[in-house]
Ligand binder design. Sequence first.
Ligand SMILES: Nc1nc2c(ncn2[C@@H]2O[C@H](COP(=O)(O)OP(=O)(O)O)[C@@H](O)[C@H]2O)c(=O)[nH]1
Ligand SMILES: [Mg+2]
Length: 299
Amino acid sequence: MSEQPNSRCGYCAIVGRPNVGKSTLLNRLIGQKLAITSHKPQTTRHSILGVKTTDEGQIIYVDTPGLHKRGDHAMNRYLNRTARSALADVDMILFVVEALRWTDEDQAVLETVSRLDIPILLLVNKIDTVKNKEELLPYLDTTSKRFEFSAVIPLSARKGDNIAPLEKQVLSGMPEGIAYFPEDQLTDRSERFFAAELIREQLTQRYAKEIPYALTVEIEKFEEEGNLYRIHGLIWVEREGQKNIIIGAKGEALKAVGTQARIEMEKFFDKKVFLQLWVKVKKSWSSDEGALSRLGYSD
Ligand SMILES: Nc1nc2c(ncn2[C@@H]2O[C@H](COP(=O)(O)OP(=O)(O)O)[C@@H](O)[C@H]2O)c(=O)[nH]1
Ligand SMILES: [Mg+2]
């Protein structure tokens, strides 16, 4: 832990509507894949802390599920609750939008965070998609007038453009204090949690339509045997038809998911991984508050 009297330490939440690149940004800032990403909403279902320690201090980033507009479904209510509670005690907010876009959902997120009286940095992400960079200027001009942001930073989380100036800006906004977390700690989540997330990432990226929303992953067994992790994962879906799709003809689809998830886990844990997967049906788990809480979606 840092003993320097002038060191800084604080919390910084990453917020925005789904799909603007919040999780990609967290991974970029930490330099490791902590948060799973995909182009589908609801990919991030839990708040994840990413801890970045340097000589100047410690920044604790909080990745949040996107604030979802529809609050009429139990899962969306949980996601909104999680996103909102992550904002309660932070020192700074990174509000992420997509270059050249400003939707009703962006506006709704701004309205939520601007009520909190916490400094807000506006991050205009995905600038790598803008061929002619001059097009950005009028956009930056209008968006920066939407609120008194402490700064507006165009960047690309995917390519890593403009990340260093962002980090400098964030650090300067953190209160003085000594580090909360040991300097080698990157996150607050367990290896079991990441195992489940890496399985869910494969499934979320692979299936379109309703399947990503209808599934969750539970780790039934997580055992260490020397340099090997033995992991049993249970994939819950809501209907028989979804189970059949995930298993596929002769189990081929599930096997492919298992292989790719195992490769990702071996990279993440730096261990050999033996992974077995099962699929089970639990009707309407995602709209049942009790089932949600048993499956780990509780505050
Ligand atoms: N071109 C481009 N795509 C990005 C960038 N950042 C994120 N993405 C993509 O946008 C999609 C959503 O990213 P994700 O981080 O899951 O968004 P989140 O829902 O806000 O957490 C993924 O397909 C990312 O690869 C970027 O800087 N440039
Ligand atoms: Mg995300």
